[in-house]
Design a binder for this molecule. Structure first.
Ligand code: SAM
Ligand code: SF4
Length: 320
């Protein structure tokens, strides 16, 4: 079992498979897009599989594939199939913007993907287009419906709330009344964000808007729930939750590691600290050496957020 130096159990790895994206969400990407990493800098599928194998043998039980937009990477279904086939006990999930999911949901299910998180920041097509700088809401919602049809459940919907941009909650309330999905309002993490820090909205403010619509009853979290609290409104099929990395102290429960598309291991989203796993993978290192690099990354993990240091990477590079 893996533990960090503060004895927190670490059983979850988020693997970013690409830094490319077909959207440019205002809170995640610079307006003129981002320079892409050269192909040879990105971990190959064999390298990802080797890393996941070492992590799984060391006690990692949850793996989430993310990006950039993971569904843009060629052969992504193959990666899912190989991970699920080699490590069937893993809870294998995906975070996607959903715009290509209708095309891939059935193949992903067959390949062994268990569940999916889909980012949909507004249910108003014009607002969605403006937040994503050109995205089509219809495509994301078709992806969401396809995920439900294929049984990739629980389906969670990620909403990053931005002040005076997408604070309306009514559409999401209607969504959880109609469909068995779990909407999570996520606080904008300005230290690794791309838009004005003033757009940050604390979860409490969103919660007050929901409470104005009806009594919120605490609900059990859906499978694989991270640091979110969930509620149900009378008659709703799904739930509404809050992820509050800025206003709550969620570091105490942090159980995760992240590996970037170019093979840098990170124990904390907010810290610049990284361990270069790609160099090890490419220099004939043994599995023991790779495990040693995971342990040394965890050993350097601080108890809480490093308020002094600023994160070196944007979210599309780390994977959220
Ligand atoms: N492209 C996929 C997507 O959008 O779901 C996966 C990658 S994206 C970086 C993963 C998650 O990070 C998304 O739910 C996104 O909304 C969230 N995210 C990105 N930048 C963020 C920020 N500055 N603060 C909070 N969440 C952020
Ligand atoms: Fe792309 Fe996801 Fe970032 Fe939006 S949040 S720009 S979809 S990586």
């Amino acid at each position: 079992m893996l533990r960090d130096r503060h004895s927190r159990r670490v059983d979850y790895v988020r693997v970013s498979v690409t830094d490319r994206c077909n959207l440019r969400c205002i809170y995640c990407m610079p307006s003129d897009g981002a320079p892409r990493l050269p192909h040879q800098e990105i971990l190959s599928y064999e390298e990802i599989l080797r890393f996941v194998g070492v992590a799984a043998r060391a006690g990692i039980s949850k793996v989430r594939l993310t990006g950039g937009e993971p569904l843009l990477r060629k052969g992504f279904v193959y990666l899912v199939e190989e991970i699920a086939g080699r490590y069937p006990h893993l809870d294998l999930s995906l975070t996607t913007n959903g715009t290509l999911l209708a095309q891939y949901a059935a193949d992903l299910r067959r390949a062994g993907l268990k569940r999916v998180n889909i980012s949909v920041d507004s249910l108003d097509p014009d607002k969605y287009r403006s937040i994503t700088r050109g995205g089509e809401l219809k495509a994301a919602l078709e992806g969401l419906e396809a995920a439900l049809d294929e049984g990739l459940e629980p389906v969670k919907v990620n909403v990053v709330t931005l002040k005076h941009v997408n604070e309306e909650v009514e559409g999401f309330v209607e969504l959880v009344c109609r469909l068995p999905v779990h909407v999570r309002f996520i606080e904008y993490m300005s230290p690794c964000g791309a838009c004005d820090p003033q757009l940050y909205v604390p979860s409490d403010r969103v919660r007050r808007r929901l409470e104005a619509l009806g009594p919120l009853k605490e609900a059990p979290p859906p499978a694989g729930a991270g640091p979110a609290i969930y509620f149900r409104l009378p008659g709703s099929r799904g739930t509404l939750g809050f992820i509050s990395p800025m206003s709550s102290h969620i570091c105490g429960e942090c159980n995760r590691l992240r590996i970037t598309a170019d093979g840098k291991l990170k124990a904390c989203l907010f810290s610049p600290g990284e361990v270069d796993v790609k160099s090890l993978l490419r220099s004939g290192a043994s599995d023991e050496d790779i495990l040693g690099s995971i342990r040394s990354c965890l050993k350097a993990k601080k108890r809480g957020r490093d308020q002094e240091a600023s994160p070196r990477r944007a979210m599309y590079q780390v994977g959220g």
